[in-house]
Design a protein around this ligand. Structure first.
Ligand SMILES: C[S@@+](CC[C@H](N)C(=O)[O-])C[C@H]1O[C@@H](n2cnc3c(N)ncnc32)[C@H](O)[C@@H]1O
Length: 157
Protein backbone atom coordinates (compact mmCIF):
# COMPACT_ATOMS: atom_id res chain seq x y z
CA UNK A 1 0.00 0.00 0.00
CA UNK A 2 1.24 3.51 -0.79
CA UNK A 3 2.23 5.48 2.30
CA UNK A 4 3.36 9.07 2.69
CA UNK A 5 5.51 10.40 5.50
CA UNK A 6 7.42 13.53 6.46
CA UNK A 7 11.06 13.63 5.30
CA UNK A 8 14.01 15.06 7.25
CA UNK A 9 13.61 18.43 5.49
CA UNK A 10 9.90 18.60 6.34
CA UNK A 11 8.60 17.71 2.83
CA UNK A 12 6.28 14.77 2.15
CA UNK A 13 7.91 11.53 0.98
CA UNK A 14 6.33 8.48 -0.58
CA UNK A 15 7.46 5.06 -1.87
CA UNK A 16 8.40 4.48 -5.51
CA UNK A 17 9.54 0.88 -5.99
CA UNK A 18 12.34 0.39 -3.48
CA UNK A 19 13.10 4.13 -3.21
CA UNK A 20 11.75 6.96 -1.11
CA UNK A 21 11.03 10.04 -3.23
CA UNK A 22 9.41 13.43 -2.73
CA UNK A 23 5.67 13.29 -3.46
CA UNK A 24 5.90 15.63 -6.48
CA UNK A 25 8.78 13.61 -7.93
CA UNK A 26 6.76 10.39 -7.72
CA UNK A 27 4.17 11.68 -10.20
CA UNK A 28 6.90 12.62 -12.69
CA UNK A 29 8.42 9.14 -12.39
CA UNK A 30 5.04 7.42 -12.75
CA UNK A 31 4.27 9.46 -15.89
CA UNK A 32 7.65 8.55 -17.40
CA UNK A 33 6.97 4.83 -17.03
CA UNK A 34 3.63 5.05 -18.83
CA UNK A 35 4.98 7.26 -21.62
CA UNK A 36 7.85 4.89 -22.35
CA UNK A 37 6.09 1.56 -22.71
CA UNK A 38 3.56 0.04 -25.04
CA UNK A 39 1.28 -0.34 -22.06
CA UNK A 40 -1.17 -2.99 -23.24
CA UNK A 41 1.61 -5.32 -24.38
CA UNK A 42 3.49 -4.75 -21.13
CA UNK A 43 0.38 -5.72 -19.14
CA UNK A 44 0.07 -9.06 -20.90
CA UNK A 45 3.77 -9.82 -20.56
CA UNK A 46 4.15 -8.75 -16.92
CA UNK A 47 1.03 -10.51 -15.67
CA UNK A 48 1.36 -13.52 -18.03
CA UNK A 49 -2.15 -12.65 -19.22
CA UNK A 50 -3.55 -12.79 -15.68
CA UNK A 51 -4.73 -9.16 -15.78
CA UNK A 52 -7.49 -10.29 -18.16
CA UNK A 53 -8.85 -12.69 -15.55
CA UNK A 54 -8.65 -10.04 -12.79
CA UNK A 55 -10.43 -7.52 -15.02
CA UNK A 56 -13.16 -10.00 -15.99
CA UNK A 57 -13.74 -10.67 -12.26
CA UNK A 58 -13.89 -6.91 -11.58
CA UNK A 59 -16.48 -6.33 -14.33
CA UNK A 60 -18.53 -9.31 -13.14
CA UNK A 61 -18.57 -7.83 -9.61
CA UNK A 62 -19.54 -4.40 -10.94
CA UNK A 63 -22.29 -5.94 -13.07
CA UNK A 64 -22.92 -2.78 -15.18
CA UNK A 65 -26.56 -1.92 -15.81
CA UNK A 66 -27.78 -2.35 -19.38
CA UNK A 67 -29.03 1.21 -19.40
CA UNK A 68 -27.99 4.29 -21.42
CA UNK A 69 -28.31 6.37 -18.23
CA UNK A 70 -25.68 4.27 -16.41
CA UNK A 71 -22.45 6.27 -16.04
CA UNK A 72 -19.10 5.04 -14.77
CA UNK A 73 -15.92 6.97 -14.02
CA UNK A 74 -12.78 4.87 -14.55
CA UNK A 75 -9.91 6.66 -12.85
CA UNK A 76 -6.30 6.00 -13.95
CA UNK A 77 -8.04 4.30 -16.86
CA UNK A 78 -5.04 4.39 -19.22
CA UNK A 79 -5.99 3.16 -22.67
CA UNK A 80 -9.53 2.38 -21.50
CA UNK A 81 -9.25 -1.37 -21.05
CA UNK A 82 -11.65 -1.39 -18.07
CA UNK A 83 -14.01 1.14 -19.65
CA UNK A 84 -14.32 -0.89 -22.87
CA UNK A 85 -15.16 -3.98 -20.83
CA UNK A 86 -17.81 -2.05 -18.87
CA UNK A 87 -19.43 -0.73 -22.04
CA UNK A 88 -19.42 -4.18 -23.68
CA UNK A 89 -20.83 -5.80 -20.52
CA UNK A 90 -23.68 -3.28 -20.58
CA UNK A 91 -24.61 -4.35 -24.10
CA UNK A 92 -22.96 -1.19 -25.47
CA UNK A 93 -25.51 0.94 -23.60
CA UNK A 94 -23.60 2.42 -20.63
CA UNK A 95 -21.29 5.41 -20.77
CA UNK A 96 -17.78 5.35 -19.32
CA UNK A 97 -15.49 8.31 -18.68
CA UNK A 98 -11.83 7.37 -18.72
CA UNK A 99 -9.74 9.75 -16.61
CA UNK A 100 -5.97 9.57 -16.77
CA UNK A 101 -3.06 11.92 -16.23
CA UNK A 102 -1.31 10.63 -19.36
CA UNK A 103 -2.64 12.06 -22.62
CA UNK A 104 -0.78 9.49 -24.76
CA UNK A 105 -2.59 6.59 -23.08
CA UNK A 106 -5.93 8.37 -23.52
CA UNK A 107 -5.14 9.02 -27.20
CA UNK A 108 -4.64 5.31 -27.82
CA UNK A 109 -7.99 4.65 -26.10
CA UNK A 110 -9.83 7.30 -28.09
CA UNK A 111 -8.54 5.86 -31.38
CA UNK A 112 -9.62 2.40 -30.28
CA UNK A 113 -13.07 3.69 -29.36
CA UNK A 114 -13.47 5.16 -32.82
CA UNK A 115 -12.36 1.94 -34.53
CA UNK A 116 -14.80 -0.08 -32.44
CA UNK A 117 -17.68 2.33 -33.10
CA UNK A 118 -17.88 3.20 -29.39
CA UNK A 119 -17.03 6.91 -29.45
CA UNK A 120 -20.51 7.79 -28.14
CA UNK A 121 -20.07 5.47 -25.15
CA UNK A 122 -16.67 6.70 -24.04
CA UNK A 123 -15.22 10.05 -23.02
CA UNK A 124 -11.50 10.52 -22.36
CA UNK A 125 -10.46 13.15 -19.82
CA UNK A 126 -6.88 14.15 -19.06
CA UNK A 127 -6.74 15.00 -15.36
CA UNK A 128 -5.20 14.09 -12.04
CA UNK A 129 -6.94 11.46 -9.88
CA UNK A 130 -6.16 13.71 -6.92
CA UNK A 131 -8.37 16.53 -8.24
CA UNK A 132 -11.36 15.11 -10.09
CA UNK A 133 -12.94 17.76 -12.37
CA UNK A 134 -16.54 16.58 -11.85
CA UNK A 135 -19.49 17.56 -9.69
CA UNK A 136 -20.35 15.20 -6.82
CA UNK A 137 -22.80 12.43 -7.74
CA UNK A 138 -22.05 12.66 -11.48
CA UNK A 139 -21.55 8.89 -11.78
CA UNK A 140 -23.22 5.65 -10.76
CA UNK A 141 -19.90 3.91 -10.17
CA UNK A 142 -16.20 4.73 -9.73
CA UNK A 143 -13.58 2.21 -10.72
CA UNK A 144 -9.79 2.30 -10.43
CA UNK A 145 -7.72 -0.68 -11.59
CA UNK A 146 -4.01 -0.94 -10.89
CA UNK A 147 -4.04 2.80 -10.27
CA UNK A 148 -4.45 3.57 -6.58
CA UNK A 149 -0.76 2.77 -6.04
CA UNK A 150 0.11 5.81 -8.19
CA UNK A 151 -1.82 8.22 -5.99
CA UNK A 152 -0.12 9.38 -2.77
CA UNK A 153 -2.05 8.10 0.26
CA UNK A 154 -2.11 11.59 1.79
CA UNK A 155 -4.54 12.70 -0.96
CA UNK A 156 -7.02 9.83 -0.56
CA UNK A 157 -10.47 10.94 0.58
C1 LIG B 1 -1.09 0.38 -14.46
S1 LIG B 1 -1.94 1.61 -15.42
C2 LIG B 1 -3.59 1.00 -15.29
C3 LIG B 1 -4.43 1.36 -16.50
C4 LIG B 1 -5.82 0.72 -16.51
N1 LIG B 1 -6.57 1.04 -15.28
C5 LIG B 1 -5.73 -0.76 -16.70
O1 LIG B 1 -6.00 -1.49 -15.74
O2 LIG B 1 -5.40 -1.19 -17.80
C6 LIG B 1 -1.93 3.00 -14.33
C7 LIG B 1 -2.44 4.28 -14.96
O3 LIG B 1 -2.50 5.26 -13.94
C8 LIG B 1 -2.24 6.53 -14.54
N2 LIG B 1 -1.92 7.49 -13.49
C9 LIG B 1 -0.82 7.55 -12.71
N3 LIG B 1 -0.91 8.54 -11.83
C10 LIG B 1 -2.12 9.15 -12.05
C11 LIG B 1 -2.79 10.25 -11.45
N4 LIG B 1 -2.25 10.93 -10.43
N5 LIG B 1 -4.01 10.61 -11.93
C12 LIG B 1 -4.57 9.93 -12.96
N6 LIG B 1 -3.97 8.87 -13.56
C13 LIG B 1 -2.77 8.48 -13.11
C14 LIG B 1 -1.12 6.23 -15.52
O4 LIG B 1 -0.99 7.26 -16.49
C15 LIG B 1 -1.59 4.88 -16.07
O5 LIG B 1 -2.35 5.06 -17.23
Amino acid sequence: MAESRTSADGGMETSYGFREVAEGEKQVLVNEVFHKVAYDIMNDVMSAGLHRIWKDAMIAALNPRKDPAYKVLDVAGGTGDIAFRIVEASGRLAHATVLDINGSMLGVGAERAEKKGLSDNLTFVEANAEELPFEDKSFDAYTIAVGIRNVPASTWP
